[in-house]
Design a protein around this ligand. Structure first.
Ligand code: ADP
Length: 450
């Protein structure tokens, strides 16, 4: 096992990884930018090293500074968390060249599954259901039109290297497809440094269901069942839950097994998420693979009892997966609400500033993953999530009641947060029924503002 790990991240996920390291008897080295110099979790680190100024490119995205910190602290491994450098194959490669273990997949496996076109090809090999669409990247307009003719409109144009919900265009007819394809290629080149685009069938009313998987370096792979993340705003997840409500369990198990097969085919070691959209007839199509631990991993931890962050460290250290598929059972229901420092009454404008009041809920089945303490100042430089509230209960209705109760106890001020929105969503009839689609929240918010 590693003796010392550097955590190349900040905020709640840095604290989450630090806790996992300490439980495994590993020393945790934190890095921080000048904007985070007073972050309370730094006191828990065995060593904390300043790596630069507030802008992420000068600190958390700066590969040479992070590697320098790793060499100064003499660590065995680096955990990237999510965001920042987590999905940068070039960073994983630099780690390898410096003989520092990257806690995540090999650069080869990351490239294979991180590129959407390559991932679809590998998925096909592994018999994972994918969207009907182009085989590989689209060369020109005529090819796009030909593919659209066979799969039918509407179609969506996507960038092979796309991410963060950017670079996608929906086309409802041939004229729109013709006028969009070149622009999409140029936009992809400018935004992602790779002009490859592809098209696939666009689903009007879909649910987002994703599968947590973990592989080791000895060719084993398991799944930890699925999460439903359909409550979204601008392609950003707002609430996540496990298991997915109202879907045939047999069908879900088939998809979960396919996801495990995919990472096995890709020779993938580490934690990953295989994302799917499910249509109204409960047909699944793979969207993409995220080659890292995700924000919403705690809901899976609550229903399976597996510590995904610890597992990611253990497999990176070369250990075999300590669990077989049949050892993993679903227990009850878990929900996560992302608490963002944003004002829901002002179009979710980020609210940086000092948090004076921070009164946390507690009691049975309540978990908080957050780096915030009273008096904490939210820096304006990074994303606005200040914590995650997770509940676990024997079934979905009691999990919703528990979440509603916990949200009532949760008091934050004077900055505005998304807590009032979550309180309303726990009372929402469609959410309570289960099975909302990915555009539900946007429709609801639009209706309410007139
Ligand atoms: P990104 O990597 O930018 O997050 P994804 O491929 O994961 O891109 O897609 C992000 C979101 O875009 C999905 O969660 C969904 O809301 C929408 N989307 C993507 N592909 C389709 C599709 N074929 N049909 C309908 N919606 C889609």
């Amino acid at each position: 096992m590693f003796q010392r790990v550097l955590i190349a991240n900040r905020g709640e996920i840095a604290l989450r990884i630090l806790r996992a390291c300490h439980e495994l008897g590993i020393e945790a080295v934190c890095v921080y930018s000048k904007a985070d110099r007073d972050a309370p979790y730094l006191r828990l680190a065995d060593r904390a090293i300043c790596i630069g100024d507030a802008p992420a490119r000068d600190s958390y995205l700066n590969i040479s500074r992070i590697i320098s910190a790793a060499e100064i602290a003499d660590v065995d491994a680096i955990h990237p968390g999510y965001g920042f450098l987590a999905e940068r194959a070039d960073f994983a490669e630099v780690c390898r060249d410096c003989r520092i273990e990257f806690i995540g997949p090999s650069p080869e496996a990351m490239r294979l599954l991180g590129d959407k076109v390559d991932a679809k090809r590998t998925a096909k090999q592994a018999r994972v259901p994918i969207f009907p669409g182009s085989e590989g990247a689209i060369e020109d307009e005529d090819e796009a039109v030909e593919v659209a003719r066979t799969i039918g409109y509407p179609v969506i144009i996507k960038a092979a290297a796309g991410g963060g919900g950017r670079g996608m265009r929906v086309c409802r007819n041939e004229a729109s497809l013709r006028s969009n394809i070149r622009a999409a290629q140029q936009e992809a080149l400018a935004a992602f440094g790779n002009g490859a685009v592809f098209i696939e069938k666009f689903l009007e009313r879909a649910r987002h269901i994703e599968v947590q998987v973990v592989g080791d370096k000895h060719g084993h792979a398991i799944h930890l069942f699925e999460r439903d993340c359909s409550m979204q705003r601008r392609h950003q997840k707002v609430i996540e839950e496990a298991p997915a409500p109202g879907v045939d369990r047999k069908k879900l198990n088939t998809v979960c097994e396919a996801a495990a097969r995919l990472i096995k085919t890709a020779n993938y070691a580490g934690a990953a998420t295989v994302e799917f959209l499910m249509d109204e007839d409960q047909n699944f199509s793979m969207l993409e693979v995220n080659t890292r631990v995700q924000v919403e991993h705690p809901v899976t931890e609550m229903v399976t009892g597996v510590d995904i962050v610890k597992l990611s460290i253990q497999v990176a250290a070369g250990e075999s997966l300590p669990l077989r598929q049949r050892d993993i059972r679903l227990d009850g229901h878990a929900i996560e609400c992302r608490i963002n420092a944003e004002d829901p009454d002002r179009d979710f404008m980020p609210c940086a500033g000092r948090i004076e009041r921070w009164e946390l809920p507690g009691g049975p089945g309540v978990r908080i993953d957050s780096h915030v303490v009273p008096g904490y100042r939210v820096p304006p430089n990074y994303d606005s999530m200040v914590g995650k509230l997770i509940v676990h209960a024997p079934d979905r209705p009691s999990a919703i009641r528990r979440m509603a109760r916990a949200l009532e106890e949760f008091e934050v001020g004077p900055i505005r947060t998304t807590i009032p929105l979550h309180r309303r969503l726990m009372q929402d009839g469609s959410f309570r029924q289960g099975g909302i689609d990915i555009h539900y929240l946007e429709r609801k918010l639009k209706q309410e503002t007139g």
